[in-house]
Design a protein around this ligand. Structure first.
Ligand code: FES
Ligand code: MG
Length: 576
């Protein structure tokens, strides 16, 4: 055996003739693996979030088989293993509550098992950050394979986008402009193939972030789930992970501060989800790369949104792929000096090399930086006495006329209060009011649910109004839109100033100047603080208790405080 093989991590389990190595090998043989497969060749874990309760990841077993082909071709030996799978559409109270829990599952599964490298199979929103966070804390050679988007929804001859169409149509229905029968019809038209949401929601955003960070293969973001080339990409990823193990290229060798700067700019250019800010800060925290929400604002501020995809624009992911995919967007940015071209990727070439041949086949889908969809994209980070640790808004999905706005607050103490009163005909609200929703942050919901894009009051919808300023400590779905201020920190449940807002208080939002102010005197706020009681109606034991006690605020990525950082993948002591 060569020295290189002998020192491989998996050989601590499989290499040798003593009792312990026999125990590790012997049981593995019951799967029909030839004994010579344990001779020191790279052992690759395939971390799979397949689950029938996570429909967006329902096809990942097929992709796992393709990854295995690639691993075997390159002389490695693959083993697939399951981890907690978070389906955005089903998991209650919100998949975000369990992102950190799933990341612990991933981290401990990788470290505890005999693998030299890992391929992460993910798709639906939280499955990507949970896997990347967990793997980052281990820092083995890692490649991410996303499941890819669904085909475009088709309804009555028009394209409809997952999520985005639901938000829009449910408001149309409440306004009396769409029938229930049509709404039900659209439901079936929206999800007609395997894959993740085909809008630029959080799943597509995170698949794009993976590609921009250099952690995925070229075209990881946009290749449709059912396109044969998604399978090919998976097979290539299988080949590459074996090579990365041979060359000992760890995740942290690929993903650096420059990679995050690239990803933030790409997020601005694609009009990506506001959730990306939380997930990338959390991933950077695991890799011990300094990254703050202020970095997001500063790096994304002057980057135009050039991708014309819902919810910011018109098209869907299938169109994006046919137009040339993410490499085209990245090439436009590189040409403007907005990317680090020498950043590394798992494919073995630099970002610049990887995108050199990208060609734009549809300049209406992928605009240029000179004729963008929105001049200043990115995620704007606001601050002021209402959000001392910041709040975010996605300008490309907001109404330009509301980006500078003052109005009286209409306050909802929590999501139940909102649901009970929003359509009350006596609710004192006008189109210029600002809706404020409290207690939906990390500790408050708990899990920071995607309720920040709360629907407008029915009586306002009936006036033909479709957007109002909304402020909360919640998140919103990446498929959602509107002048929605999110992630207000500290959150209400942690005693942030948002907890002290009362009906009728004047609030001023100024996105251009990045401010969010509550026009109430310090003396009055101090008085209200004395009277403030935390709204604490959650489980007092179990995982929820652990989460509430340890979750960081949104500006720090809402990771658990004790999970931040790399713990490596040193081989643990023997089990017998
Ligand atoms: Fe799974 Fe949108 S619900 S990707
Ligand atoms: Mg979502």
């Amino acid at each position: 055996m060569t020295d290189e093989k002998r020192k491989r991590r998996s050989q601590a389990w499989f290499g040798g003739t003593d009792k312990d190595t026999t125990i590790h090998r012997a049981w593995m043989l019951n799967q029909g693996t030839p004994p010579d497969n344990f001779d020191g060749r790279p052992v690759i874990g395939i971390c799979n979030t397949w689950s029938e309760f996570t429909p967006c990841n329902g096809h990942l077993r097929d992709l796992a088989e393709r990854v295995k082909r690639g691993v075997l071709e390159a002389g490695g030996v693959p083993f697939e293993f399951p981890v907690m799978s978070l389906g955005e559409n089903n998991i209650r109270p919100t998949a975000m509550l369990f992102r950190n829990l799933a990341s612990m599952d991933v981290e401990e599964s990788i470290r505890a098992n005999p693998m030299d490298g890992v391929v992460l199979l993910c798709g639906c929103d939280k499955t990507t950050p949970s896997l990347v966070m967990g793997a980052a804390s281990c820092d083995l050679p890692t490649v991410v394979v996303s499941g890819g988007p669904m085909l475009n929804g088709k309804h009555r001859g028009c394209d409809i986008g997952s999520g985005t169409a639901v938000w829009k149509m449910s408001e149309d229905m409440r306004a009396g402009e769409m029938t229930l029968a049509d709404f039900m019809d659209a439901e079936q038209a929206m999800s007609r193939s395997p894959g993740a949401c085909m809008t630029m929601g959080t799943a597509s955003t995170m698949a794009s972030m993976v590609e921009a960070l250099g952690l995925g293969m070229p075209q990881n973001a946009a290749t449709p789930a059912v396109d044969a080339r998604r399978r090919t990409l998976s097979q290539y990823a299988g080949r590459r992970i074996v090579e990365l193990v041979r060359q000992d290229i760890k995740m942290s060798d690929v993903v650096t501060r420059e990679s995050f700067e690239n990803a933030i700019r790409v997020n601005a250019a694609i009009g990506g989800s506001t959730n990306a800010i939380l997930h990338l800060i959390a991933i950077a925290g695991r890799l011990e790369v300094p990254l703050t929400s202020q970095d997001w604002d500063a790096l994304g501020r002057d980057v135009p949104t050039i991708l014309n995809l819902q919810p910011s624009g018109q098209y869907l992911m299938e169109d994006f792929y046919y137009a040339g995919g993410l490499p085209v967007v990245m090439k436009h940015l590189l040409d403007k000096g907005l990317l680090h071209g020498d950043a590394a990727t798992v494919s073995g070439s630099t970002i610049a090399e990887q995108i050199a041949k990208a060609e734009n086949f549809n300049p209406d889908v992928i605009r240029t930086t000179d004729a963008p969809l929105t001049q200043s994209g990115g995620i704007a980070v606001l601050s002021g006495n209402l959000a001392p640790l910041g709040a975010v808004i996605k300008p490309s999905a907001a109404s330009p006329e509301l980006m500078q706005h003052s109005g009286p607050a209409v306050v909802f103490e929590d999501i139940d209060d909102y649901k009970n009163r929003i359509d009350d005909p006596d609710l004192e609200v006008t189109a210029t009011s600002i809706l404020v929703l409290k207690n939906c942050g990390p500790k408050g919901y708990p899990g920071m649910a995607e309720v920040g894009n709360m629907g407008l009051p029915e009586k306002i919808l009936k006036q033909g109004v479709r957007d109002m300023v909304r402020i909360s400590d919640a998140r919103m779905s990446g498929t959602a839109f509107g002048t929605v201020i999110l992630h207000t920190a500290p959150e209400a449940a942690a005693g942030g100033p948002i907890a002290l807002v009362k009906n009728g208080d004047q609030i001023t939002v100024d996105v251009a100047n990045r401010t969010l102010e509550l026009l109430v005197s310090d003396e009055e706020l101090a008085k209200r603080r004395v009277a403030w009681q935390p709204n604490d109606a959650h489980m007092t034991s179990g995982y929820q208790r652990l989460y509430i006690d340890h979750v960081l605020q949104a500006d720090q990525g809402a990771d658990l405080d004790f999970l931040v950082g790399k713990r490596g993948a040193e081989v643990p002591r023997e089990s017998h």
